[in-house]
Design a protein around this ligand. Sequence first.
Ligand code: TYM
Length: 342
Amino acid sequence: MTETSTRPRVLSGMQPSGESLHLGNYLGALVNWVKSQDDYEALFFIPDMHAITVPQDPAELRERTRKTAAQYIAGGIDVHKSTLFVQSHVPEHAQLAWVLNCITGFGEASRMTQFKDKTAKGGAESASVGLFTYPMLMAADILLYRPHGVPVGDDQRQHVELSRDLAKRFNHRFGETFVIPEAFIPAEGARIYDLQNPTSKMSKSASGPGGLINLMDDPKITAKRIKSAVTDAETVIAHDRESKPGVTNLLEILSTLTGKPVDVLVAEYDGKMYGHLKVDVADAVVSRLEPIRARTLELLADPAELDRLLAHGAAKARAIAAGTLADVYDKVGFLPPLGPVD
Ligand code: TYM
């Protein structure tokens, strides 16, 4: 990738908030990031500043940031094609977020569903202001790089929508500055569900580990969890999100991994039992994830090399981000600082 690239740009990131990425992160986002690398100038980053909107252990956060980077690479992000960096290495993210905070309405921010969901249990009193301003930091992540597309799963739709609104608002008030980004949400895999509770999305914060498939789990555990997935009391393998959410989730996982349309799979499983489907899903998931896990472990054995790759990525990212921020600062009327004075 060069800075003068004329290819349209994409940008995305995943929080380093767990020991591992999960199958939803992989099928909803990472698979499409990997595909995007040939047609787009791609930037992928690790939003560690978003992670601290909820309490984190500092040593763990550092480790998880490296682990997330290693999983991106092991999952197919090619650092020679794409820019890979850590959010906190590029201070322009926080700087642009402040400006965006100042053009976001308090009511508008209050309507963001993630904040409402995350504070539903503990109440707004126990949430940080950082969690409240999370969407504006995400808008800054995106808008700084003027991307055309943001490849994400379905749950990030509202956040990308806010980024679009803020970009339009800024352009309207201060003059053409930002590209209006589009959410690139895959037709298949945009929402992978919890295996034990197949009406809730798969997530790190799920109530129990049984419903979660982690990229870094032992393959035996992965196979066991898939074979214990909740289905229903019937026996027919059919795609119906309302009445058969468990079977539908398994069919969608298999379809995304094999590239076979769901209706083709349904025809293939005609007359077969749920057990057959589960065995095939387990095989497909394990054979896809096992090499990623092994490669991640290899990469993590050389943290200095990972840190070097991330430093290189941050320098490339900053070269773009600094230009956009300078433009924004000028447009909002900040007095440019003089260079060094005696
Ligand atoms: P995060 O870390 O929650 O999720 C990372 C990506 O994984 C997708 N995803 C899923 N896709 C399908 N099924 C699921 N069950 C599932 N769970 C997660 C998410 O949609 C996402 O694409 N706010 C973002 C991180 C972020 C970001 C950004 C993303 C910060 N700044 C700028 C894009 C651009 C987040 O928390 O994703």
